[in-house]
Design a binder for this molecule. Structure first.
Ligand code: HEC
Ligand code: HEC
Ligand code: HEC
Ligand code: HEC
Ligand code: HEC
Ligand code: HEC
Ligand code: HEC
Ligand code: HEC
Length: 447
């Protein structure tokens, strides 16, 4: 009896162990048709990026993002499903509406609207069409063009592209993958300064280089492995303290502020145009940034930083940018240059480099604590260009009214050193007399 029981039990056990393996293989067969299973073979790297991401772990599948609706201009039939290759901020907003809304309201979302700018003119005329596509548009974004004959409905001239202000066929702006590289879509990667450095570098906006040479960048490089950058929440003062990254200052959470995808929310000046201006509600925006600084510094130290930074911006504006702009505008208005097309004259290039390259470097260096950019790559180059290239070229145009304007400008005490001798000027520095000339550039002097 006991023996029969044992045999029955063994038979039952054998059956039980076979049932699941049978149904498993049936499931697997079904899964061969799934996006994931097939693409696991097609693109093992892509699959693993997805599988090991938060999305993969939370079962957010390929179709969840790539699904398209009938009528979408970029939709196409693929293995029995209607999908689109593009996944726009509007698609991500189905699950992340707050991040998408902030991104689309930020300055980043405007970056695709550059076709009318002087930079674009330069690229298309002095450079040429392919340079605009592979250059400008891969940072700024472009208008994604639909090509009905292409298998994925996207024109090759406009895609691949993950520019920050891409103009998508569904009307949304930007590409979340500009910062959250696919298919890992990781916060950790987005928090790293290298991420912003794809676009924020080079002669006209060297924020990455500035950061690297600042004490903040030095501390980051030393301590980055201890900064818990892979945590879900990354709050300054709770999760890390060692150094700020670009994201820390411009986006990430503090004990008082939430994460923001509006990268302009903490900036008071705009440093891009020829002459810098305060932004709307700049005091509030500055307070938001100061709240970040105060996690690691005391108030008087932070105030001191802004005091020095404001003075540098005022110096650049008043001593160089406004005068050069007035002279340049007069010459353009009177049509005094030989060649009519923009950038076909030496003066156009000199003025351009004065504000767009050298002047920006100086202002941004002072904003983010990089003395080498403020001076050697900055005001040093501005001064050399202004006195020894721009002004002589403007003089050489030979117009009387222009010459009078230059004379008037050079009569300002900031410029009258030009006529004096070195010994006297040195005495003026030692006595503090020369510094007096600049005293009005320092705003709200501390009491
Ligand atoms: C049986 C295999 C197979 C299955 C199932 C499959 N794919 Fe693909 N997929 C491919 C291959 C091969 C390509 C490249 C050639 C092509 O476009 O057909 C591709 C291309 C793509 C592309 C890029 C198209 C382009 O050219 O830009 C996307 C996006 C994509 N698949 C997503 C999906 C999604 C989402 C699913 C699930 C609905 C899915 N795939 C199911 C094999 C598969
Ligand atoms: C969280 C959303 C999301 C998920 C989940 C997702 N994708 Fe994507 N995928 C994107 C985005 C964003 C792009 C970039 C398209 C663009 O430029 O807008 C992309 C691009 C692609 C491309 C074309 C680019 C290339 O590198 O070849 C393929 C193919 C693709 N995805 C396949 C897949 C497959 C297969 C899966 C599932 C394993 C998947 N995706 C899951 C968002 C997603
Ligand atoms: C300018 C770069 C940038 C762009 C563009 C960007 N993100 Fe982010 N995102 C970040 C950074 C940095 C973090 C990490 C913030 C933190 O926790 O420190 C983040 C975090 C997130 C998180 C995690 C939750 C959170 O708030 O920490 C989600 C979800 C997210 N982003 C979604 C999106 C979506 C959706 C888009 C497109 C609409 C997008 N992001 C575009 C930089 C960016
Ligand atoms: C390496 C990436 C990159 C490339 C290439 C690039 N830009 Fe930019 N551009 C930027 C960044 C980043 C800014 C913002 C700098 C800042 O805010 O300090 C910017 C700023 C601008 C601005 C100023 C926007 C404003 O509202 O003040 C214009 C216009 C512009 N770029 C046009 C162009 C054109 C046209 C080209 C090609 C000739 C080009 N850019 C090439 C990254 C790039
Ligand atoms: C179907 C819903 C869904 C869609 C669509 C979706 N996500 Fe997510 N996403 C999630 C969930 C769920 C999580 C994990 C929980 C959380 O952090 O909210 C997540 C997490 C994230 C994170 C945090 C990852 C980390 O490392 O902490 C980022 C960044 C992110 N998503 C970006 C995107 C982007 C960009 C898109 C569009 C290309 C997108 N998501 C589309 C549901 C979605
Ligand atoms: C794919 C390119 C790209 C990436 C990546 C990128 N940016 Fe930008 N950023 C731009 C461009 C282009 C502009 C200028 C926008 C315009 O011309 O309208 C800009 C502008 C800005 C501004 C000025 C905003 C304002 O209101 O004046 C800040 C701050 C900024 N970015 C910070 C960041 C940070 C921080 C990161 C990384 C977390 C980052 N960006 C990643 C391209 C990029
Ligand atoms: C210690 C904090 C801090 C760090 C780290 C930092 N920034 Fe800034 N950033 C600032 C401050 C402060 C300003 C000036 C704000 C103002 O004018 O009120 C600024 C200004 C800017 C601007 C505006 C320039 C314009 O044209 O108006 C951009 C763009 C920018 N930062 C990008 C970056 C990038 C990219 C990184 C990393 C490579 C970075 N920042 C690192 C604090 C920081
Ligand atoms: C996560 C902490 C942290 C944050 C946030 C932070 N800093 Fe710093 N800062 C440091 C450290 C560490 C140093 C190096 C200290 C030293 O020089 O002894 C430093 C140095 C400085 C210096 C001295 C630079 C030099 O070359 O001597 C200035 C100025 C400064 N920070 C201003 C700011 C401002 C303004 C903010 C906000 C926009 C800010 N910091 C945000 C940690 C931080």
């Amino acid at each position: 009896m006991a023996r029969i029981n044992l045999i029955v039990i063994i038979i039952i056990l054998l059956c039980v162990s076979f049932i699941p393996s049978f149904s498993q293989s049936q499931q697997n067969e079904q899964k061969e048709d799934n996006c994931e299973a097939c693409h696991r073979k097609e693109n093992p790297g892509l699959y693993q990026q997805w599988k090991n991401s938060r999305h993969g772990q939370e079962d957010i599948s390929c179709v969840d993002c790539h699904v398209a609706e009938k009528g979408d201009v970029d939709a196409f039939e693929h293995e029995g499903e209607l999908i689109a290759t593009l996944v726009t901020p509007k698609d991500c907003s189905n699950c992340h509406d707050e991040e998408a809304e902030q991104t689309m309201n930020s300055y980043h979302a405007h970056a695709g609207e550059i076709l009318e700018s002087a930079d674009a003119f330069l690229a298309h005329v002095a450079g040429g069409h392919p340079a605009a596509i592979a250059g400008c548009e891969n940072c700024h974004g472009n208008k994604v063009v639909i090509d009905a004959d292409s298998p994925n409905k996207l024109s090759r001239k406009s895609w691949p592209n993950s520019g920050i202000g891409r103009l998508n066929p569904d009307g949304s702006k930007g590409a979340c993958s500009a910062c959250h590289s696919r298919h890992s879509f990781s916060s950790e990667l987005a928090r790293r300064p290298e991420n912003c450095g794809k676009c924020h570098l080079g002669p006209d906006h060297p924020q990455k280089e500035i950061y690297e040479e600042s004490k903040h960048g030095i501390a980051y490089r030393t301590y980055k492995d201890d900064m818990n950058m892979d945590r879900n929440k990354w709050v300054l003062g709770n999760d890390y303290y060692q150094a700020p990254t670009c994201a820390t200052c411009h986006m990430s959470a503090t004990l008082k502020q939430k994460v923001t995808h509006d990268i302009g929310a903490r900036i008071s000046w705009t440093l891009r145009p020829p002459v810098s201006k305060y932004k709307e509600n700049w005091q509030e925006k500055r307070q938001n940034m100061e709240d970040v600084c105060l996690a690691c510094h005391q108030k008087s130290f932070v105030d001191g930083h802004y005091y020095q930074y404001d003075a540098l911006v005022n110096l650049y504006n008043k001593k160089f940018a406004k005068p050069a702009t007035a002279i340049y505008k007069m010459i353009k208005a009177k049509k005094l240059l030989e060649n009519p097309a923009a950038f076909s004259n030496e003066l156009d290039w000199l003025y351009w480099e004065l504000w767009h390259h050298e002047g920006r470097r100086a202002r941004m260096g002072a904003a983010m604590m990089a003395p080498d950019y403020t001076w050697w790559h900055g005001i040093y180059d501005v001064a050399h260009n202004f006195y020894f290239e721009f002004l002589p070229t403007a003089q050489a145009v030979g117009d009387q009214e222009v010459k009078e304007l230059i004379k008037k400008i050079l009569a300002d005490p900031m410029h009258t050193w030009l006529g004096k001798n070195t010994g006297d000027l040195k005495k003026n520095i030692r006595s503090g007399q020369l510094q007096e000339v600049y005293k009005n550039l320092f705003p709200n002097p501390p009491k």
